[in-house]
Ligand binder design. Structure first.
Ligand code: FMN
Length: 265
């Protein structure tokens, strides 16, 4: 349990307002004789009971008040661009630790289930990810299936270049992150995508670039050699290539299409 309200709660500090019971997402707090009673079986350890307590009866640290302005947030979004050409500087393990530390604040549906990030670092390690893919392509080519797949998907050219040894998947990225969440969690996939998104924007703030790798994510379930014991029982939710960009984006990207529809009374 990452936060146990029962252990943190200081009865003397409680003003019996009932806020903790009102804000609990899993109905694990009930007021009893003017004080909260906690059901540890229902508690997800999210800390809302304490976060909103007007008397700080759960003894939490004060929240910093200098949240980013809307302009700062938009600037961060605008500065993000998909990177396909990386500099030779390989992010260090410390830098990657800092990069993924934002996961401590990434929301999940059931707060205590956790997220696992598998870090593949260095050109040799990333290069070795390609070997099982090329082996698979060789077999498919031998059986004639590859030709058919290329025709059906219209990706013959891409597949042939990959088969010929070009790194069409990771594009020479110095670091690849695989995001995993436990299986059987109804919000698992969303949790993993949110986590990767948080890391992607943190990378921008650290001067790094990313490539959201849909190809690697899609082929992951069929690439047994990529699986490890550490991620047993998990499901893949995102793959991010990370590195320092060789080319900095110089101009703002064109706007994306989106629709906001409103229903007001
Ligand atoms: C879910 C998702 C999967 C993606 N998969 C790949 C991929 O496998 N290979 C690739 O080169 N780019 C991939 N991209 C990057 C897009 O091609 C990229 O976002 C697009 O070119 C727009 O550029 P921007 O990200 O700089 O705005 C992916 C993007 C998303 C959101």
């Amino acid at each position: 349990m990452i936060f146990c309200p029962e252990e943190k709660f200081v009865r003397n500090e409680c003003i019996s307002c009932g806020t903790c019971a009102e804000v609990c997402p899993s109905h694990a707090v009930k007021m009893h004789d003017g004080y909260p009673a906690f059901n540890s079986g229902l508690c997800i350890g999210c800390g809302h009971c304490g976060i909103f307590c007007p008397a700080n009866a759960f003894k939490l640290e004060p929240l910093p008040v200098n949240a980013a302005t809307p302009q700062q947030y938009m600037s961060l979004l605008e500065a993000r661009r998909t990177i396909r050409i990386y500099s030779d500087k390989v992010p260090s393990e410390d830098e990657i630790d800092t990069l993924i530390s934002v996961l401590s604040q990434s929301p999940t549906g059931v707060n205590k289930q956790g997220i696992t990030v598998r870090v593949i670092r260095g050109s040799q390690a990333v290069g070795s990810l390609l070997k099982p893919v090329q082996k698979m392509l060789k077999i498919l080519h031998f059986t004639g299936l590859l030709h058919l797949i290329g025709k059906i998907t219209g990706m013959s050219d891409y597949i042939e270049r990959l088969r010929g040894g070009e790194d069409m998947i990771f594009r020479g990225a110095p670091v690849v992150l695989f995001f995993h969440v436990p299986r059987g969690n109804p919000t698992g996939y969303a949790d993993g995508v949110i986590a990767a998104t948080a890391v992607m924007y943190h990378a921008v703030s650290m001067g790094m670039g990313t490539l959201w790798n849909g190809v690697a994510e899609k082929i992951y379930p069929y690439t047994g050699a990529w699986h490890t014991h550490a991620t047993k029982g998990t499901r893949i939710t995102a793959v991010l290539c990370i590195g320092y960009p060789e080319l900095e984006p110089k101009w703002k990207a064109p706007s994306r299409i989106y629709t906001g529809t409103y229903h007001t009374s």
